[in-house]
Design a protein around this ligand. Structure first.
Ligand code: TRP
Length: 460
């Protein structure tokens, strides 16, 4: 197994970093991380999330990139051929299948939320937030999500945008979309940080995010934190595997992966540092759910000088961040359809896009006509199908996918092959990685699962 992927190859290591960072940095960092941190009490949750990134996320990300680069195909075929190479059974290909399913389910709601960001770009630009009170902004949001037709229109536009880029292929589409936008987003977040430091309750925000209070952390909170480590790094469903399959042979995987994970984490923490001071300064509820960013930031944009420009720019960049992530959610399935069915890229992208678009309607209705409460273990959620899809994918399918990726890389794949692919300068680093994927990551995932299912309580 050598040579290049039939789907193309990145022009350089730098482009891979940009594309993978584009995949990792998205709504997960700016929309999801703050609201789940808020729901789960802040500090202790954030600490567990950071631990999961370091001890589980990074080693599994290295494993996923490595498998992709060695297999050079869609996740299903990559797993199939790598299993064959290692003399293992055929069932590993189901890992690829589960990944494609997870990507499909995630994209269906991801596109709806990205649609909110599109809608908020227009709202910002039209000056809708100027001079509004916090209450006014809150009702603007509830009015927005209670209108399914509006949400459908934005969801449709976002899906079309995604299909267009995916249809054009790796070089034409993906590379161009990521080159300038990620750095711009980062800079804008720094500008907003300046605003939060000056006008928000900054100290309160910092202490909420970074002072761990373990009495607020539940077993489900730990599961959500771990699930989010997978979600935010785009792990466990083959997206990073596919991106790895376009990676030139001589690229150092460890260094590259760590760069991506650090960048992703910085963006999430930065988003939290921008949002929570505004939340506290305006008496908002940190645990108010998926609307958190769409309420807190517009309050700030409505008050700050140049708010129309900053607000519009912010939502545009958020749309781009979501766009580069959405592409990676659909890419594994599209490569599979091209390989297996010999479909043209264009048809593959359109087929998947339409199916995802249809399922997205269930999420749209979760915020209005079909809204119902649903509790998973201890946590009560208000937006029925949307929350179910999110819990199922982020907290179950991705960690499960990651678990099997770790097991495959650590126990099934021949050790020389792994060593050869990772090509670490020091043996010690390789051994550390091996220890993490063989023992630490799988055990951690299992313990968190069992803990959330209350198995320990029943035994104890
Ligand atoms: N990581 C992206 C975000 O934080 C979402 C995403 C893109 C993703 N590709 C993925 C999540 C693959 C899980 C699996 O917004």
């Amino acid at each position: 197994m050598s040579g290049k992927s039939i789907h193309g190859e990145w022009s350089s290591r730098w482009i891979f970093i940009m594309a993978a960072t584009g995949s990792a940095v998205g709504l997960g960092n700016i929309w999801k991380f703050p609201y789940i941190a808020g729901e789960n009490g802040g500090g202790a949750f954030v600490l567990v999330y950071l631990l999961c990134i370091a001890a589980i996320g990074i080693p599994i990300m290295m494993a996923e990139v490595m498998l992709g680069r060695r297999g050079r195909q869609s996740p299903v075929y990559t797993m199939k051929s790598l299993a064959k190479e290692a003399g293992a059974g055929k069932n590993w290909k189901y890992l690829g299948w589960m990944g494609m399913l997870a990507g499909f389910l995630i994209l269906s709601y991801y596109s709806v939320i990205a649609g909110w960001a599109l809608g908020y770009t227009v709202r910002s630009a039209s000056g809708m937030f100027e001079g509004q009170t916090a209450d006014g902004i809150v009702s603007l949001f509830s009015e927005f999500i209670s209108d399914p037709e509006k949400l459908l229109a934005w969801h449709t536009i976002f899906m079309v945008m995604t299909i267009v880029v995916v249809a054009r292929g790796v070089k034409q589409g993906l590379e161009k979309a990521v080159r300038f936008l990620m750095p711009a987003l980062f800079v804008l977040l720094l500008v907003l940080l300046g605003y939060s430091m000056n006008t928000g309750h900054f100290a309160e925000g910092v202490s909420f995010l970074f002072t761990p209070d373990f009495s607020k952390l539940t077993a489900d909170g730990v599961l959500v934190a771990m699930g989010h480590a997978f979600f935010t790094l785009s792990l466990g469903m083959g997206a990073i595997m596919v991106y790895g399959s376009y990676l030139p042979k001589d690229t150092p995987i460890a260094k590259t992966t760590i760069t991506i994970a650090v960048a992703d984490t910085l963006v999430a923490l930065l988003a939290g540092l921008v949002i929570f001071p505004i939340v506290f300064a305006n008496g908002l509820e940190p645990g108010s759910g998926p609307g958190l960013v769409f309420v807190s930031l517009p309050i700030a944009f409505g008050q700050m000088p140049g708010g129309i420009i900053f607000g519009t720019l912010f939502f545009i960049l958020l749309v781009f961040a979501a766009w580069t992530s959405a592409i990676s959610l659909i890419e594994p399935t599209v490569t599979w359809l091209v390989e297996k069915k010999g479909m043209k890229r264009l048809y593959a992208a359109v087929t998947m896009g339409v199916l995802t678009w249809l399922l997205g309607i269930a999420t749209i209705l979760s915020f209005n006509h079909w809204a119902f409460e649903f509790s998973f273990w201890g946590l009560t959620k208000e937006n029925g199908i949307f929350d179910m899809l999110d819990v199922l994918t982020s907290n179950i399918m991705l960690p499960l996918g990651g678990l099997f990726i770790a097991l495959f890389a650590g126990w099934v794949m021949k050790r020389e092959h792994a060593k050869d692919e990772l090509a670490m300068k020091r043996m010690l680093w390789f051994q550390l990685w091996l220890f993490l994927v063989r023992f630490v990551a799988p055990v951690a995932v299992l313990v968190v699962f069992l803990n959330a299912f209350n198995v320990f309580d029943r035994v104890g």
